[in-house]
Write a protein that binds this ligand. Structure first.
Ligand code: FES
Length: 280
């Protein structure tokens, strides 16, 4: 968000929880809105796929969450895993509870520069959270992109993130491939790590951008697989998570090599990550 000169970017805006829905165990989506309708409008128009926010919880602290909604949805929500002091506290928030929001910040995915290309989205587990907005954005602008392929790896068929969205995406024009670590009775789909899907379903490679997000081990193997099938390092894009304080390139807490994840990222190509010496 580009603040107006009078706006204090360090001052959180007051937000109110509207509703909750559980995704998978310990992962919850929290719908909310900014109390001031003008702020809400400005916030929605500033969302870009891949941007993030800093949330402040009174008595707990401030923490970072990526923005899963696409600007095409006109909605504000976060999806988060219960894992630290702040996220545990936020996880238990109920409709009507209030918190502070700063953002959205960060470079985001430059979606317009991908017009005319194939998109390949590769996500493992909750790695789908920051990539969700790309899929929704691409489906809302379907004529601007060529193929849209989603390769998703989950623990088992019961622990799918955004389960309702996944069905809609398939119907809406995305090619969707799922693999799971362990099957349950009745599941007849693919089993194995997400990269094993590439041999069977052949992702587009020419004129294609691949978006990768997931646990570090998955990331390393998927990158290797993508490079092997012909992707250039500059055509593989990911988003970094780092501990952040200011969120706007001032404090240095999120440094990776010579870059600030908050201001220069969080979206980087694999080529950039290598140059920065980032080991994921
Ligand atoms: S969080 Fe302060 S420079 Fe990035």
């Amino acid at each position: 968000m580009n603040p107006s000169p009078a706006e204090n970017i360090y001052l959180p805006k007051l937000a109110v929880v509207d509703g909750l829905n559980d995704e998978i165990p310990d992962v919850r989506t929290i719908h909310w809105h900014l109390e001031n309708p003008e702020d809400q409008k400005a916030f929605i128009s500033a969302i870009k796929p891949g941007t993030f926010c800093l949330l402040s919880l009174p008595g707990k602290g401030e923490f970072t969450l990526s923005m899963p909604p696409s600007p095409t949805e006109g909605k504000t929500f976060f999806t988060m895993r219960r894992c630290g002091v702040c996220s545990r506290a936020f996880y238990d928030y109920k409709p009507g509870d209030k918190f502070g929001v700063r953002g959205p910040f960060g470079n985001g995915f430059p979606m317009e520069s991908y017009y005319g290309k194939n998109l390949v989205v590769v996500a493992g587990g909750i790695g789908l959270i920051p990539l969700r907005s790309i899929v929704v954005y691409a489906l809302a602008n379907r004529d601007k992109f060529k193929g849209l392929q989603i390769f998703y790896g989950a623990k088992n068929p019961e622990t799918l993130m955004y389960a309702d969205d996944l069905k809609k995406w398939e119907k809406g024009g995305a090619e969707f491939h799922l693999t799971v670590d362990s099957a349950s009775p009745g599941y007849t789909g693919d089993i194995g790590v997400v990269g094993t899907l590439f041999k069977k379903y052949k992702p587009n490679v020419e004129n294609t951008v691949a978006f990768v997000c997931g646990p570090p081990i998955m990331f390393r193997f998927v990158i290797k697989d993508l490079l092997e099938i012909g992707f250039k390092e500059s055509a593989i894009v990911s988003t970094l998570e780092r501990y952040m304080k200011c969120g706007v390139g001032k404090c240095g807490h999120c440094c990776v090599g010579v870059a600030y994840v908050c201001a220069d990222g969080p979206v980087f190509t694999y080529e950039q990550l290598k140059r920065l010496g980032e080991v994921i």
